[in-house]
Design a protein around this ligand. Structure first.
Ligand SMILES: [Zn+2]
Length: 238
């Protein structure tokens, strides 16, 4: 894929994540440049469902772009994860509702079904108070906070951010989008099953096997999600 292709795919990822209830007016998704590993693509500061390929900006790993249009305040989430994780080619940052409670509580977010098998790899937990005290606005608004979040994420595919949201990463845009969608779905299932006795999560082996199988099936979901998201195309006409 060229970066021109990735700009189109990134706009689609924005629309899908809105349609699937992972992003609303806030949150964002990025992809590493296919042409330069030290660059990434991210929309300008705007609601995800309204993003077109022309709204995509190119950033370096310091979170700097030559495009004068306003940037997302939290672009450092993306910049510092790409710096720390050469294997990561896409990052989703969201405030999706069912995930939030697990960032607040010591109750672990567990993989409860095969579609979320990737969660057995460990869910990181970012506590902004550990690095910036107890009076921040919770936003990852500079490189130091982004680096702290990336360090907390470590090798994991997913990180909770207390009182704020989460980060899902992947080796491709469709995989990172898949993880963001199914982390939210899994969190909703875990909340729904909390009154049941003897809930049995996936074992590490089950989760790893399921994640490997599902990584080869992501295209099926992407194609459907893309078509479903087209119902919002009229929003970009106005
Ligand atoms: Zn945020």
């Amino acid at each position: 894929m060229t970066d021109a292709d990735l700009r189109i795919q990134l706009a689609q990822a924005n629309h899908i994540l809105f349609d699937q209830g992972v992003l609303d007016a806030f949150g964002h998704v990025s992809v590493r440049s296919a042409e330069r590993a030290d660059r990434f693509l991210l929309a300008r500061n705007m609601a995800p469902v309204l993003v077109t390929p022309a709204d995509v900006q190119e950033y370096d790993l310091d979170g700097i772009t030559s495009d004068p249009a306003p940037s997302y305040l939290e672009r450092f989430i993306h910049a510092e994860i790409y710096r720390a994780r050469p294997d990561v080619h896409a990052v989703v940052h969201s405030h999706s509702a069912s995930v939030i409670p697990f960032g607040l509580s010591s109750t672990p977010l567990q993989a409860l079904f095969h579609m979320a098998g990737f969660l057995v790899g460990g869910v990181a937990r970012f506590e902004i108070r550990d690095v910036a005290g107890d009076a921040t606005d919770l936003l990852v608004r500079d490189a130091a906070l982004g680096a702290a979040l990336a360090a907390t994420l470590g090798d994991a595919p997913f990180a909770l951010m207390r009182g704020h949201g989460s980060v899902a990463v992947g080796a491709s845009l469709p995989l990172a989008v898949y993880r963001a969608v199914y982390a939210e779905e899994n969190a909703a299932l875990q909340l729904r099953s909390r009154h049941l006795a003897d809930v049995v999560p996936l074992t590490d082996g089950e989760g790893r096997s399921a994640a490997e199988t599902n990584a080869g099936q992501v295209g099926r979901a992407w194609d459907m999600w893309r078509r479903l998201a087209a119902r919002h195309d009229g929003l970009r006409a106005g």
